[in-house]
Ligand binder design. Structure first.
Ligand SMILES: [Zn+2]
Length: 307
């Protein structure tokens, strides 16, 4: 019993370390600048940046607030970011409670501000959290069909900001939405064939993916990846792995994998990446990876884990 308690204590200590490490990255800010003659769009985090670039094409200068390699849940804007947001023509944020700092920023805008503000998740099919019925799970971008709705909200704002290029934005949107719909079809087809329907994850980010494709997630942490798990959470995870005969615990690149690896070792299972696409690393950006290619990598790993 003593040994068991020590191990739980060790795991909890690791979780605290994860919180500290996640906090370190949050001082970074985007170095990007405004471009004359284009619609300058500031986005709060990676998926919105990616959707904006695909729809805006050459007529839009997209600036992403959270830099590469930084986890966005605990990020907040610095003075340079606020300057970028107030100078831009369009500001896109996720909403559904994802960016805790947004209401303060919007409240600080002057009455004559012409900034077009887009809440990307508006009109998306949102999931309420079980902990609090008034709150939503913000991770709506992990449903490709919700991503189509988010992309549509961005398209509408771009047309408003630059009506002369309406046809281009409509065309780009139609093409990108078709890619997202194809992605959804690949998920439906491949996950329908798997024998298992449960996933063990470090961060509770996959409710939309689970809803769309008939899966159930059990997470070590909460809706934010730095929420500290209790000994009870860890015990539940262990039982979940055993009950469903799972062979993998999924972790993500932007948060320390120590806790997932420790738990996996304890339960005698392996770890694999399931990326919640809250941000890309520098290496992923340089390698030309994007929302769709990472969603396809996720699908490949899911199919392996669900056999
Ligand atoms: Zn998250």
């Amino acid at each position: 019993m003593m040994v068991r308690n020590k191990r739980v204590l060790y795991i909890v200590l690791l979780a605290i370390l994860t919180v500290v490490m996640a906090g370190c990255g949050s001082t970074a800010s985007s170095k990007a600048k405004m471009v004359q003659g284009k619609v300058n769009v500031v986005t709060s985090f990676y998926p919105l940046y990616e959707f904006t670039r695909n729809i805006g094409g050459e007529y839009v200068n997209a600036i992403n607030l959270v830099p590469a390699g930084v986890e966005p849940h605990d990020w907040s804007p610095k003075s340079r970011d606020i300057k970028n947001m107030t100078q831009a023509q369009v500001f896109v944020y996720q909403g559904a409670g994802f960016e805790g700092w947004v209401q303060d920023f919007l409240g600080s805008l002057s009455a004559d501000s012409t900034l077009k503000v887009v809440e990307a998740s508006k009109g998306a099919d949102l999931i309420k959290t079980t902990e609090n019925k008034e709150e939503y799970d913000p991770h709506a971008w992990l449903s490709p069909l919700n991503a189509v709705k988010m992309a549509n909200n961005i398209k509408m704002a771009l047309i408003e900001a630059d009506p002369a290029h309406k046809d281009v934005f409509e065309q780009n949107y139609t093409e990108y939405a078709a890619k997202l719909t194809d992605l959804d079809a690949r998920y439906k087809k491949e996950i329908a064939l798997t024998s298992k329907k449960e996933i063990a994850v470090s961060h509770h980010a996959f409710a939309y993916l689970c809803r769309d494709y008939g899966l159930t997630q059990m997470s070590i942490m909460g809706l934010s990846p730095d929420a500290e798990p209790t000994a009870q959470d860890l015990k539940k995870m262990n039982e979940f792995l055993k009950e469903h005969g799972l062979k993998y615990i999924f972790f993500e690149e932007l948060v320390s994998d120590k806790l997932a690896k420790t738990l996996a070792k304890d339960a005698k299972v392996d770890t694999m990446v399931l990326n919640p696409i809250e941000g890309l690393t520098d290496e992923q950006m340089k390698a030309g990876k994007d929302y769709i290619s990472i969603m396809d990598e996720n699908l490949k790993n899911l199919v392996i884990a669900l056999q």
